[in-house]
Design a protein around this ligand. Structure first.
Ligand code: ADP
Ligand code: MG
Length: 285
């Protein structure tokens, strides 16, 4: 699996007073199995970007490749692509519509042409993978909590057995507990299924703990693209575009400024703790 954008530009309402250059010359490649965070201020182009990966949006200029094939070449099956590149929209619960959870999750696989039996099998596996208890399978999706609805929606995409899972702000509107549960579940899926995951978020704290690579969008441009520690080292520039590094980054810099030799690349609380103890001469040598 590989996903690639080459010089992709997207303009809403071209030639009108409402013209918006939502993507400007974006090039990037997502290799098999990578866990990528996409971050940026509201309006920076994140949602527009990810809808290019499964052909929901067509670039105004530039090319999108899936497994080295141009997805907009004549005869290319976008339907097949959409089952390989699964996209979970922001507030996906708005798209739950079947009478019960199991039927809802079966919708995608059935649409792929699988039999009722195969679709049910896929749906059960997917629901298990998102951690939804079996007693909810026959419930109406509308009776579930916010976090549970989100899980059902994610299962609906997983049931198509995608090679890439793209989630647009999957934790939006959830309380901290729901948020952590969903993120842990996504991280587990990435481990377990070895699929590539693109996680869109506007929270550095969320992203920092999980991903191996961060793409930073600003005003339609990709401004940073690298490992979290590398990206966070630009925390001053991130602030200038309305983002912030994880709080730990600030603490480590403040301590260093005050004479304690802390590790400025620490991201997690655990890394910070070890670094501070070591700087104080109390850690393992
Ligand atoms: P994000 O997901 O990072 O918040 P979007 O991709 O939704 O950003 O939006 C990028 C830019 O495109 C913004 O300026 C936004 O106002 C504009 N935009 C998004 N959707 C539309 C639309 N349907 N019509 C016109 N402009 C849009
Ligand atoms: Mg968005």
């Amino acid at each position: 699996m590989s996903l690639k954008l080459e010089h992709v530009t997207y303009t809403y309402n071209p030639g009108t007073a409402y013209e918006t250059h939502a993507l400007k010359d974006v090039s990037l490649e997502i290799p098999q199995g990578q866990f990528v965070g996409v971050i940026g201020h509201t309006g920076s182009g994140k949602s527009t970007l990810i809808q290019h990966f499964n052909g929901l949006m067509r670039p105004t200029s530039g090319t999108v490749f899936y497994n080295k094939e141009d997805i907009w070449q004549e005869g290319y099956s976008l339907k097949r692509l959409r089952s390989k590149v699964g996209l979970v929209f922001q507030y996906p619960e708005h798209q739950l519509f079947e009478a019960d959870v199991l039927s809802d999750v079966c919708f995608g696989p059935k649409n792929q042409g699988l039999s009722q039996e195969e679709a049910l099998e896929r749906a059960r596996t997917a629901l298990k993978q998102v951690g939804l208890k079996e007693k909810y399978y026959s419930a109406s999706p509308f009776e579930l909590s916010g976090g549970q609805k989100r899980r059902v929606a994610i299962a609906g995409v997983l049931a198509m057995e995608p090679e890439v899972l793209i989630l647009d702000e999957p934790t939006a509107g959830l309380d901290p507990k729901g948020r952590d549960e969903i993120l842990d579940q996504i991280a587990w899926l990435h481990e377990e299924r070895k699929i590539s995951v693109l996680l869109v978020s506007h929270s550095m704290e969320d992203i920092a703990r999980y991903v191996e690579r961060i793409l930073v969008m600003n005003q339609g441009e990709k401004v940073f693209d690298g490992a979290p520690k590398e990206v966070f080292s630009h925390y001053k520039e991130l602030e200038a575009i309305g983002l912030a590094a994880p709080q730990i980054t600030y603490i480590m810099h403040a301590l260093r400024k005050n004479g304690l030799w802390t590790d400025l690349t620490a991201i997690t609380v655990e890394e910070a703790k070890n670094s501070i103890l070591k700087a104080l001469g109390r850690g393992e040598k």
